[in-house]
Design a protein around this ligand. Structure first.
Ligand SMILES: Nc1ncnc2c1ncn2[C@@H]1O[C@H](COP(=O)(O)OP(=O)(O)OP(=O)(O)O)[C@@H](O)[C@H]1O
Ligand SMILES: [Mg+2]
Length: 439
């Protein structure tokens, strides 16, 4: 197609866009190796394209470093197109994703199985069988994946970044950090270093932040375990991965394993069926360290629904230390406001004490959001007036009208559990907090 015709077609497309026209233009531009073709991708309909056209397009995208666009395009296609995405993932070196898509595909379309891809993604099919296997054996490539589990040491976050929460910080220092810093002292008293600590409290009050800061303060290896490191769609694989994670930790002591949002892996078994319940059992076995030695392995976890955690986890010897991370009190709220305003341009002396008094029940995240909204307001004003405007008390007060506390609902639920299901004084800290703040 000549350039003139192509130009005319593009003008026609701008006036009356259609999938058919988009296809013609795209193929025309590809012929001329013109990157402008990429902008027509969202308008293409893969179903209306022939295999040859699809092949031309993906080849062009791969040649222009647009693998992601190629994958997005092929994902709307049929099973042959999906198989092509597997090849692209392999080319990209993303074997994990290739393996996931490939195996999903084989469940419905076993005829797509190829020895070449099998060997590339590590799927073994039983030798000499013509019949399609019902259960696929996944090569234990996953173990290698776990050994690659990123060691997490955030040097930039430490306790100075966590404002307020003095008591919890003191507790963490005493129970977690000190044992790692002074092992001899603990050895002398024959006290074990390690065990389980569960941080719980309303959302946005700094549990994850505290754990990250603990990683920065600790002199130990710190592994941040994500749900995706454990959960696997194949039966038995998740348990296997969990075991491998603990094994790795045991071989790398002193060490902290951090499980954020613990409820995802340790939910009550009566609500779980099958696989999830097996993960809980495996997790308990690992924590007990009956056949293994968990000395020097500290398991730190956080949740905002401690009442959804299977009770077996909260037994002595497992997560027996539960630390309540409360919403910030007035003093802490003032400090958080100061912390988040410190590097921003502000107008005069903002009365943070007055703001702190008005934000009872706000979490750290709520306060950060409040300042964010006031900042947006100041930016808007700057743009509109053309003059540099700073964040003023008026902006903050206006933002306050649009923000509300997100912790009260949590505290109401927690109060009910603390009053009626306070097994062994598990939620005494919550009760004390509620009493102190007259809630
Ligand atoms: N005490 C605090 N000091 C400084 N910033 C805080 C504090 N508490 C919360 N924040 C801010 O709020 C954000 C959210 O906190 P974080 O993710 O730690 O909450 P969380 O308790 O883990 O909540 P969730 O239960 O929803 O996971 C933090 O990234 C931080 O920016
Ligand atoms: Mg969190």
């Amino acid at each position: 197609m000549d350039t003139e015709t192509l130009k005319n077609l593009q003008v026609a497309f701008d006036v009356a866009p259609s999938a058919e026209l988009a296809k013609v233009i795209t193929l025309g531009l590809i012929e001329q190796d013109d990157e402008g073709a990429i902008q027509y991708l969202p308008r293409l309909q893969i179903q209306t394209m022939s295999d040859d056209e699809k092949r031309k397009l993906t080849h062009f995208l791969a040649g222009h470093d647009c693998l992601e666009e190629a994958i997005n395009f092929l994902e709307n296609g049929d099973h042959h197109d999906r198989l092509r995405t597997v090849e692209i993932y392999i080319d990209q070196g993303d074997i994990k994703q290739a393996s996931i898509v490939y195996q999903e595909l084989l469940v419905k379309h076993p005829e797509l199985e190829s020895d070449k891809i099998n060997s590339q993604v590590g799927v073994i099919s039983p030798p000499g069988t013509d019949k399609r296997p019902k259960l696929r054996v996944v090569e234990k490539g996953n173990v290698a994946e776990i050994t690659e589990l990123g060691k997490y040491r955030e040097k930039t976050t430490n306790f100075n970044d966590v404002v307020g929460l003095k008591n919890v910080k003191k507790l963490i220092h005493k129970k977690i950090i000190l044992p790692f810093h002074k092992p001899n002292l603990f050895q002398r008293f024959k006290k074990k270093v390690g065990g389980g600590v569960l941080l719980y409290g309303p959302p946005g009050c700094g549990k994850t932040l505290l754990s990250r800061a603990t990683a920065g303060e600790c002199n130990a290896s710190f592994y941040n375990i994500e749900i995706s490191d454990v959960l696997d769609m194949y039966i038995g694989e998740s348990e296997h991965k969990l075991h491998a994670i603990f094994e790795k930790a045991r071989n790398d002591t002193p060490c902290v394993l951090f499980f954020d949002e613990l409820e995802a892996l340790a939910g009550k078994r009566e609500y779980n069926k099958g696989n999830a319940s097996n993960i809980v059992s495996q997790f308990l076995t690992e924590l007990d360290g009956f056949s293994q030695n968990n000395e020097g392995v500290l398991v730190l976890a956080s949740t905002n629904v401690p009442w959804s955690i299977d009770n077996a986890f909260l037994r002595p010897g497992r997560f027996d230390r539960m630390f309540f991370v409360p919403p910030p009190d007035r003093e802490a709220r003032e400090a958080i406001l100061t912390y988040y305003l410190k590097d921003k341009p502000v107008e005069g002396d903002i009365d943070k004490a007055a703001l702190a008094a008005k934000t009872s029940g706000f979490s750290g995240a709520d306060l950060e959001n409040l300042i964010d909204m006031a900042t947006d307001e100041a930016i808007d004003e700057t743009i509109e007036s053309g003059r540099e405007t700073n964040i003023s008390f008026t902006h903050l007060r206006a933002a306050l009208n649009d923000c509300s506390s997100t912790t009260s609902e949590w505290l109401t639920t927690a109060r009910n559990y603390a009053r009626y299901a306070n097994d062994g004084g598990r939620y005494n800290d919550v009760l004390e907090f509620l009493k102190k703040h007259g809630k």
